[in-house]
Design a protein around this ligand. Sequence first.
Ligand code: SF4
Ligand code: SF4
Length: 397
Amino acid sequence: MINQNFDEWIRSLYFPHNNIFILIILSFVILISVGLFAVILIHNQKLNNKLKVVLLSISFIFGGIILGGVPNVVLVIQHIFADILFPNRLVSLLIRISIFLGLTLVFGRIFCGYVCPLGAMQEMASMIRFKPKFDYDRKFWKKKNYLRWGFFIFYAIASMIWGLEATLFMNPINGFLIYWTPLNVVIFIAFIIFLLTMLISIFIYRPYCRFSCPFGALAFLFGKVSPLKIRRTPNCIECGICEKICPTLEGFDISEKGECYYCYRCIDFCTNEMFIDTGKIAQINRLLTTYSLDFDSISKDKYFDQIIKSIIRLLIPYKRSRALEQFNDALNNKKDMSQEAIQNIVIRLRTIFPKEIEQFNLSNYKNWIIENESRWKEKIEPIHLDKLFYGLKKETQ
Ligand code: SF4
Ligand code: SF4
C-alpha cells in the first residue's frame, strides 16, 4: 500500500531521510566530486580498472544505498509527464532535468557513466565478462533506437494516463529504496526489475540505459553535440581495436559518441597506449578480451602467446620499464627487439616515457633508426613507417 499522503510520499522518495540534511549535502558533494574526478582522470588518461571500480562504488554507496537512488532523473521525467497539465508544478521539474541535460551537453555522458547509481551498477556488472557476442551484433544494434524511443513514448503516455503513482514500479532506480521501504509493493516490483537489469547487464552492456531509460534517450541526443568527447589523437595507427572493443559501437573515428558512457575500454585497450593500466590482472583481462575479438589467426596466436607470458609474469617480478630497457639495449646493439616493443616504443616514445627519453642521446637515436632502416622496414607494418620519427623531429631539427 502506498502512503495516503501521496505528495509527502513522493517527497520522501526523492529524499528518504530528509531529516538528515548534512548527510544529503555531503552525499551530493561526493557525487559531484565523483563526476569531476572521472572527467579529469579520463581526459588525462589516468583512469584504471581499480579507480573505475572505486568511483562507481562511491556512486552506488552514496547515491544508491545512502540516498536511496539519487539523482533519480527517471523519476523527474516521469513526474514531468504526470504533471504535464499543471504548469505551476512543471517549472521546478523542468529546471531539475535541465541541469542534468546541461551537464551532459557540456561534459558528455559523464553523469550516466559514473554518477547515476543505476548506471554505475550496470557498468560494474558489465565488467564481469569479457566480450559477449551479442553486444557486437551491429545489425541488431542499429535498430535499438526504435526500442529506446518506443519506451520513451510508453513512459510518457503511461505517466500521463495513469499518473506517477501507478508507474513508479517501471523505474528500476526506485529499486534502491528497498533498503528504506522494504514492505512497499511498488518499490518491491521496482527492485525486482532492478535485479533483472543487473543480471542482463552481465550479458548485454547497460541494457536499461540503452533500451529503456527515458533520460538516456534525451542524454543520447545531448551527448552527441557535447564538445568533450573521447577522440583519437594524431598518433592513432588505425589498429581498429577501439572499434572492436567499444560495447556501444561508438569507437569509430566518425562516431558521434551520443552513446559513449566513458567506460574507458577504448583507451585501455588501445595498442598505442599499451601501458595505461599496468596491473598484472588488468593486463591479462585485456589480453583475454582482445583474444576473444574476431582477429585473424596470426593475431590470435600472438595474443595467445602474450596471455601465457602474462600469466607467467604473475609469478615473477615484472616492471613496466622492461620495454624501455629493451629499447636501450637495442640502441646499444646488445639485443634485438620484438616487433611489438619497437612499434609501441617508437610510436609513443615521448608520451610514455617523457622523462626517461631525456636520458637518450637523440642524435644517436636518429642515427640508429637510419642505420637500422632495413630492420625497421622488415618489422614495421607500412602504416607505421611515417611514425618512425614521431616526437623526434622537433628535438633534432
Ligand atoms: S541512461 Fe538512465 S539509468 Fe542509465 S546511467 Fe543514464 S540516467 Fe542512469
Ligand atoms: S569504448 Fe566506447 S563507450 Fe567506452 S569510452 Fe570508448 S567510445 Fe565510449
